[in-house]
Structures are given as structure tokens and as C-alpha cells.
Write a protein that binds this ligand. Structure first.
Ligand SMILES: Nc1ncnc2c1ncn2[C@@H]1O[C@H](COP(=O)(O)OP(=O)(O)O)[C@@H](O)[C@H]1O
Ligand SMILES: [Mg+2]
Length: 264
């Protein structure tokens, strides 16, 4: 559904994304992961045209997005970022209803939607709808950020490290909720993280990036079982690889690595 065709991005003479080819399927939870500065956010922002590629083409459902109206495009792509971005002077209900209103959804319809979504993330509508963002905890605010991106029912949702600023317990709860929500809503979700545990937990497929390129793209299981090279193996971490393959805990680092990795 989202296809990158040889997409590149340079700023000045610095190459940030290098000839990226990707196919993100409809309804999958696709995780982009890699070290800081590898180009995850740039890749994501090219999907909603907050950043324009220097070369190549991105298609959504076969249509070149560079030909679309960027405002219209963004109304059909939910976007969740780490710094929440709820409007402080609007109630939770107003924040969530924002895009549905812009899209001219009828009042009765979006009111119902807002209640449904609040319920889905465990925020009792009667209690939370009329509160202001400052009256919610960080985890509660981020839940609102997530459902706000879903309120207008966009087929695609982009999430850029949405849970990174949360404490570990809230983070795990939100990961669980996202997996549960996704089972119901089945959106195409592109999720950026630098946390491999998070990626393994939530992803249908994981795309590991380094230096503006895709290093490996695979299901969590296959990544763990067959890391393509030393970079991926290091990034996943010997501990996780050992756990998956039930290799002996003793011995040298080399001896604990999977066969394909150690011979390549
Ligand atoms: N506006 C910009 N001007 C110059 N360099 C930039 C700009 N935006 C991002 N970069 C560089 O591009 C690279 C990729 O950035 P980014 O996509 O934000 O990485 P990530 O999200 O993986 O941490 C980084 O090296 C960053 O410094
Ligand atoms: Mg980033």
C-alpha cells in the first residue's frame, strides 16, 4: 500500500536517505528502527510530505503522493509524535474531535467516535472528555494523542517514537493497548522506535536502518533467528539472540551467535 521507489534525500551535499525501496502492506504494523540519526524520522516525514524526497517516488495505493494535495494527504494520515502536541486550551473531547470536524463529520457521529475511542484506551468518557490536557498524566495524554490520530479513521497512521518519553510501566501498557487496538482497527501503522524490545513486541515486520539505508526487513522472529549481518546482530543484542535460540549462556560472543551470522 505504501511503496518507496528508490527514494533518496539529501540536504546540501549530505546524503540522509540513500535509494530506499520499501513496500509497506495495508493493515500491517511496520516498525522502523535504527540508531539515532539513521534517518527514521526523515523516512516517516516523507510519507506525509512534511519532507520532500530529493529523488525517487512514494506511492500510496499506486498513486504518486507528490501529485496529491499535501493538506488533503495529511488529513488522511494520522500522526503521533513523542511531544504529544495536544492543544492545551482545548478539552480532551475537543482535541480528539479536531480532525473529524475538519473533515466535516457530523457532530453526532464524531461525538460517538470520541466516546468509543476514549473507552478503547480505558479513559472513561464521562470523566475525561471535559478535562484539559494538563489535568492528565503523561501516559493518559499520550493515549489521547494516539486516539486523536485515529479519530478521523485514516487508513494510515505514522507514529514517531510515541512512547519514548513515558515511564517504563506506562510505555508497556501503551504498547499492549496499541497491539490490542490494532487487532480491531487494522490500520497501516508505521511506527518509529529505537527500542528493540518495543519493536519485537508490537511489529508485524521490522525494518532495520543504518546510515540512511535499509539493512534488513523481516518479521521479528526471522530477524532474531537470522540477523543478516554483524550490525543487525549487534543491534538486536547477543542476549536476545541467545534467548531465542536457546544457545548456551557461556562461551565467547562468537560461539553464541547464530550460524548464518558467524559464517557470513
Ligand atoms: N534539516 C536538516 N538539516 C541537516 N541535517 C538534517 C536535517 N534533518 C535531519 N538531518 C540529519 O539527517 C540525519 C537523519 O535524521 P533523522 O531522520 O531525524 O534521524 P532519526 O529519526 O533516525 O534519529 C541525521 O544525521 C540528522 O542530523
Ligand atoms: Mg527521529
Amino acid at each position: 500500500m505504501i511503496a518507496f521507489h528508490n527514494v533518496a534525500k539529501s540536504i546540501g551535499d549530505v546524503s540522509i536517505i540513500k535509494g530506499m525501496d520499501l513496500q509497506i502492506e495495508a493493515g500491517e504494523l511496520f516498525v522502523l528502527i535504527g540508531p539515532s540519526g539513521c534517518g527514521k524520522t526523515t523516512t516517516m516525514k516523507m510519507i506525509n510530505r512534511l519532507i520532500e524526497p530529493s529523488a525517487g517516488r512514494i506511492d500510496i495505493n499506486g498513486a504518486d503522493i507528490s501529485k496529491a494535495d499535501p493538506v488533503e494527504l495529511r488529513r488522511n494520515i494520522g500522526y503521533v509524535i513523542q511531544q504529544i502536541g495536544l492543544f492545551p486550551h482545548m478539552t480532551i473531547g475537543q482535541n480528539v474531535a479536531l480532525v473529524p470536524k475538519l473533515k466535516k463529520m457530523e457532530k453526532a457521529q464524531y461525538e460517538k467516535k470520541v466516546d468509543e475511542l476514549l473507552d478503547m484506551v480505558g479513559l472513561e468518557p464521562k470523566v475525561f472528555k471535559d478535562r484539559y490536557p494538563a489535568e492528565l498524566s503523561g501516559g493518559q495524554q499520550q493515549r489521547v494523542g494516539v486516539i486523536r490520530a485515529m479519530a478521523a479513521d485514516p487508513p494510515i497512521i505514522l507514529m514517531d517514537e510515541p512512547f519514548s518519553a513515558l515511564d517504563p510501566i506506562s510505555r508497556e501498557q501503551l504498547q499492549d493497548e496499541l497491539v490490542r487496538l490494532q487487532r480491531t482497527i487494522k490500520k497501516t501503522i508505521v511506527f518509529v522506535t529505537h527500542d528493540m524490545d518495543e519493536a519485537i513486541k508490537i511489529a508485524d515486520r521490522i525494518c532495520i536502518m543504518n546510515n540512511g539505508s535499509v539493512v534488513q526487513l523481516d518479521t521479528p522472529n526471522r530477524l532474531l533467528q537470522r540477523p543478516a549481518n554483524e550490525f543487525v546482530a549487534d543491534f538486536i543484542g547477543v542476549k536476545r539472540l541467545r534467548k531465542v535460540q536457546e544457545l548456551p549462556a557461556q562461551g565467547s560472543k562468537k560461539a553464541t551467535l547464530p550460524p548464518r551470522w558467524s559464517i557470513s
